[in-house]
Design a protein around this ligand. Structure first.
Ligand code: SD4
Length: 291
């Protein structure tokens, strides 16, 4: 049994490509990187990779992470500028024993030394969006931070290996150096091949407070189905946020277990993509009431 699940509709093309790779016997570490690279490379997806939305200074700073559920290896970059395909840099870091999570200049010098492609990740489209947002903030009193999505995926191959990965430009207009949940193990993603994996999207400042990807894997380990696990998280964590601070969180989570069963939890309208050996490839839209 193989399967792959990804956040937002932008995951569709990449997941289609990777489902063929999985069908043909490729492993989950290769398939997930190909799927995420597809999203990073597409300048029309303005919240991931090339053409990502810039920070408050007009610079694209990217976060990405990769985790392999077999040996629990993990690698991540955050706030990296001017390098293509941050997911591939995160995967390279996951091979190391030490220094597996690098930020800013450190991540860039690692990428340079290891021959990763340098690239100006700001497109005309994302530059124009930034200029318009600055104007709108002044004129319409608009929240600067609207407009952000992360591609996150969990991938199971025929041999029972499970991987997870994330890639994002984070919050639009974020402060320089701001890092969200997406590259953080346990928050943006977590995977254990003996159990399953999960990945989150939404407001990183909320997601981090519940470490919800780790929580989903922990609940699956306790015997909950993927859907039960995310139902518990969506309800309990949201209730906790409301009780403690008066406002709900803004997050969505997808997960898949080692049998290729999957679950989705959200408190917004949330499109996501699933492809499994049995079900084929499909885009679904989840809503809070569906949980
Ligand atoms: C972040 N979680 O940087 C990301 C953004 C995101 O839907 O996923 N938005 O906070």
């Amino acid at each position: 049994m193989w399967g792959i699940i990804g956040t937002w509709e932008m995951a569709l093309q990449g997941i289609k490509k990777s489902s063929s790779l999985l069908e043909n016997g490729n492993t989950a570490d290769i398939a997930i990187i190909e799927a995420i690279k597809d999203v990073e490379d597409n300048p029309n997806f303005t919240s991931v990779g090339y053409g990502g939305l810039p920070n408050e200074n007009g610079e694209v700073e990217l976060d990405a992470a990769f985790m392999d559920g077999n040996n629990l290896s993990f690698g991540a970059v955050a706030g990296i500028k001017n390098f293509n395909n941050p997911i591939t840099i995160a995967k390279a870091l996951s091979k190391d024993r030490f220094n597996i999570f690098l930020v800013g200049k450190g991540a860039e010098s690692y990428a340079e030394k290891n021959g990763f492609e340098k690239k100006n990740m700001l497109t005309l489209k994302s530059k124009e969006a930034w200029e318009k947002r600055i104007k709108d903030i002044k004129e319409k009193n608009l929240s600067p931070y609207d407009g952000h999505d992360t591609v996150g995926m969990v991938c199971l191959d025929k041999y029972g290996n499970i991987t997870a990965g994330t890639s994002t430009s984070g919050l639009f207009m974020k402060k320089e150096g701001r890092v969200g949940d997406s590259p953080m193990p346990g928050s943006g993603l977590y995977v254990d091949s003996k159990i399953g994996g999960a990945t989150a999207t939404g407001l990183g400042e909320d997601i981090m407070k519940g470490c919800i990807s780790y929580e989903a894997v922990r609940l699956m380990e306790e015997g909950y189905t993927p859907q039960e696990a995310v139902n518990i998280i969506t309800e309990k964590f949201n209730k906790k946020l409301i009780d403690r601070r008066g406002t709900a969180g803004a997050f969505s989570i997808v997960c898949m277990n080692k049998e290729g069963k999957w679950g989705v939890g959200t408190n917004v309208e949330f499109p996501f993509v699933v492809s499994t050996e049995l079900e084929g490839t499909k885009v679904y839209v989840a809503n809070f009431k569906d949980n």
